[in-house]
Ligand binder design. Structure first.
Ligand code: ADP
Ligand code: MG
Length: 463
């Protein structure tokens, strides 16, 4: 019917606008490389903040002792302790607790949020068994993973630049989050030293390097997206007279905020951005990460329902609710291998209360998921390509044996969305050609937890 052909028109137009041919991805990567240089040259020089993390030494494996971590900035807030046994024993023990952040704390005031974290840590420590022992006279030490952009002036301090991923607490912006945490701990008499302030990307890099010396960069693909990598100090003009002994510095790219005219943005992305908590910001993240993929799908289906009666004469009311389709749902539908797309049918019923859907409609829904996931995965691959090129790790010289480069990736989107992950890997191969044989992308779980504990250890006051 005429309606279905209108659906097809909308679909085709969307697919075309989301297209990411190899040549365009190379342009995206090149634009990112240019922005990386600009961000390294001067503070505020680029949309890419290229933040100096003050991590100039990554864990070596020799770290020993009991260390803690707090992890804020993901879906769940976590408290963790790790007992490190040095080269021979590795991570002897790792225990953690997960709590979800009550939504009102995400948009309330600083004090309530930091008090919540401090009291979770206090409870965690209070219920420690006899087997957990700190050498006498020693203060507990903690790595604080705070996965929002912060401007640091040392390894253990930093002011919040802005919130993202659904957090929005005005009075934290511009404040030192370590001071906030330390004060909150002080209010309840908890004596813990924050030894390292990092974000999840840096934690993933630390954890990756701890387990594999070939790790050069880390990427997060979860609720949000970001990347960090090890840069030569000589390539960072804005370091000025700060010259790390190691000759290296970990850079937190904050790549989620990348923007380029080469990005394939559609009207759906523009309206998603306009309606978001941070309009105009994190545009690359809004094309790639788990928080947004399902919402893009919803917006496309909503328009099809409204303008082309995709689900019948009335638009299913649930389809009007922002973020009602999560990337988990999208992934489940996208991977539906049953001949009649049962999983799609179930999700449409359970989430959108669409009681009847034809096979044709279910196929269309899968197609929309495919377009959105493919675009996101290919754009993420082009970002990794940019880092590899920036570090000159894309060479394919003859003769000499080339060093391996490993990108450690953390995040449930990469871990569980198989089609997304496969597409990212095949796109990286497409971009790197022969050089792909020296590069690998590996899942590295829990960098934001264990990585923070490892960095607390490598920056301990007792070293
Ligand atoms: P965070 O990034 O919040 O630290 P995770 O790495 O666990 O935490 O990522 C959680 C996000 O990953 C979810 O918000 C969701 O967007 C996405 N996600 C989780 N599970 C899946 C899945 N099975 N398929 C696709 N995306 C998923
Ligand atoms: Mg995480």
């Amino acid at each position: 019917s005429g309606k279905w052909s209108k659906v097809m028109d909308l679909l085709n137009e969307f697919e075309e606008k989301c297209g990411t041919p190899t040549s365009q991805l190379s342009q995206v990567a090149e634009a990112m490389r240019v922005e990386m240089d600009a961000g390294l040259a001067a503070e505020g020089g680029s949309k890419l903040k290229m933040l100096i993390t003050y991590v100039d030494n990554l864990p070596t494996g020799d770290e020993k002792g009991l260390f803690y971590a707090l992890d804020l900035g993901g879906t769940n807030f976590r408290v963790l302790r790790a007992l490190l046994g040095g080269k021979e024993k590795g991570i002897v023990k790792r225990e953690s607790e997960e709590l979800s952040i009550p939504p009102h704390l995400m948009v309330g005031n600083s004090r309530a949020l930091f008090d919540f974290m401090a009291s979770a840590l206090a409870k965690f420590i209070a219920t420690e068994g006899e087997d957990i022992e700190l050498p006498p006279g020693r203060q507990r030490e903690l790595g604080f993973t705070f996965s929002f952009p912060i401007r640091q002036i040392s390894i253990a301090s930093g002011t919040l630049i802005k919130w993202s991923k659904g957090f929005s607490i005005e009075d934290t912006v511009g404040e030192d989050v370590v001071t906030k945490l330390t004060n909150a701990m002080g209010r309840i008499g908890l004596d813990v030293r924050v030894s390292a302030l990092i974000n999840d990307t840096v934690g993933t890099l630390a954890k990756g390097r701890y387990s594999n010396p070939d790790v050069i960069a880390a990427v997060i693909l979860g609720t949000g997206t970001n990347a960090a990598y090890v840069e030569r100090a000589s390539a960072i003009p804005k370091l000025q007279d700060l010259l790390p002994k190691s000759g290296e510095m970990v850079i937190n790219m904050e790549w989620g905020n990348f923007l380029s005219s080469h990005l394939p943005l559609t009207e759906y992305d523009q309206s998603l951005d306009a309606d978001s908590l941070n309009p105009g910001e994190q545009i690359y993240e809004k094309l790639i990460s788990g928080m947004y993929l399902g919402e893009i799908v919803r917006r496309v289906l909503y328009r099809m329902a409204k303008e082309a009666a995709l689900f019948g004469d009335i638009v299913p009311p649930k389809l009007k609710i922002p973020f009602i389709i999560r990337s988990q749902d999208m992934s489940a539908m996208h991977h539906d291998m049953s001949s009649d797309l049962e999983v799609v049918d179930k999700r449409l019923k359970n989430i959108l209360e669409i009681t009847e859907s034809s096979l044709k409609i279910r196929r269309l829904v899968v197609k929309v998921c495919d377009i959105v996931a493919t675009r996101g995965a290919r754009l993420a691959a082009s970002g990794i390509f940019a880092i590899v090129k920036k570090l000159g790790r894309d060479a394919v010289e003859d003769g000499e044996k080339l060093q391996k480069s490993v990108i450690a990736v953390d995040g449930a989107l990469f871990e569980h969305y198989t089609k997304f992950r496969n597409c990212l890997e095949s796109t990286l191969q497409e971009l790197l050609g022969e050089a792909y044989k020296n590069i690998s992308v590996e899942l590295s779980n829990d960098g934001s937890g264990i990585g923070a504990a490892l960095l607390a250890a490598s920056h301990s006051q007792y070293l």
